[in-house]
Write a protein of this length. Sequence first.
Length: 138
Amino acid sequence: MVKDIVKDEEFLSKPAEPATVEDAEVAQDLIDTMGATENCAGLAANQIGSTKAIIAFEGAKGPQVMFNPKIVASMAPYKATEGCLSLDRDTEVRRFQLVRVKFDALVNGKFEARTRKYSGWVAEVVQHCVDHCAGKLV
């Protein structure tokens, strides 16, 4: 279901709670909202009103979802200026060209631990979304 984008900075600044397999509907809401929102490369669950650690983003093969994402390695720092659908301003941030992320994937109703590497624009989007899960306003 398409949800409204949350702009309440107090809500957005709270760290996310761990996601469970029962949160699959939130993941679908993220995908639906992302698809219906202009200029949306990725979303975190708190941006649609959920307190769970779930992100969705446009990957090379279409929308991808991560439950409980954690960046475990990063290389090649650079400065970026990012916009955010939840904030009415651009923010200068430090990002990394390459990141490795551990997360849970929902497969046949169960979580499977996964690790993926991302680079370039997708890495930047993933970092932005993971920051949202940590309660960082970007």
